[in-house]
Design a protein around this ligand. Sequence first.
Ligand code: TYM
Length: 326
Amino acid sequence: MQRILSGIQPSGDVHLGNLLGALRNWVADQHTHESFHPIVDLHAVTVPQDPEGLREATLRLAQVLMAAGLDPEVCVLFVQSHVPEHTQLAWVLECTAGFGELRRMHQFKDKSAEGDFVSAGLFTYPVLQAADILLYDADAVPVGDDQRQHIELTRDIAQRFNARYGDVLVVPEHRIPPAGARVMDLQEPTRKMSKSSGDAPGTVWLLDEPDDIRRKIRRAVTDSLSEVRFDRDARPGVSNLLEILGAATQRAPQSVADDYDRYGPLKNDCAEAVVELLAPVRRRFAELRADPAETQRALRAGAEAAGEVAAATMARVRRAMGFLPP
Ligand code: TYM
């Protein structure tokens, strides 16, 4: 059975981009792949987090992931900081990654331009991500399009490590879905939908009320031309709606476009498809919310299963690198 790994940060709630670009595919893959899904709290602290807020967000994210269909009895769902090998492997991989290649990471360039304090962790973040993946010998990494460069870096690091120390790490492939890999902000369709947009009207959250979802999608920015055509460069707004509706209904956005000649009906159908997609998530989340101890138990079991695999990889890495056993 092929093994996959993919993580998500507990910084802010889960949005429609996370669902269509990543989470939905994890839910489908868990039955056909050996699946590992860390909630990457160590990545979240590359920028300051309120401690109580982080604890709450981590538990809540686990509940949202389970509400969306990740079953901790089927996949390995765990909290990254519960498995200390992530940071152990990250250190030795930092000694394998080049300063220059990290400096070229788009996400670092974007994020470091935003704040005045740039942590060293924000810079080495992609190496921690490589460690997340390589620790579990993942064959594939299902992610949205924004993670493409990080997975390429992971492959480069693994290949360089293997060239130095022998065949120790599995070199993973990225897996980017044909539709939904790049969900854009509804108000600024040239910017990706993101967790950092706060309460902005351009982001649909998984737990939004149906009427909020309808309002956000009906008010989505399109353009002054009224022809419905899939063209990301010339028609970013309408193309985003086609992409969302396509991803929600398992169709190619180009073929969805053929069904519409006006924006109104497209927006209505898109809104209803998203409402329908999210209704069971909201219901199930309310149930899980009522029993946090059960979620904690599932996360402990997940960390135990993950820890076994992680410890074996780290032992292999230490041996290959020549660290003297204690
Ligand atoms: P994060 O938490 O930002 O996002 C989680 C997943 O959601 C995808 N995604 C999107 N897909 C489509 N449209 C969007 N607008 C959109 N926004 C986010 C992301 O591509 C991702 O798959 N660095 C990662 C977390 C991470 C990770 C890993 C991922 C840490 N370790 C190991 C894979 C493997 C991140 O910040 O994702």
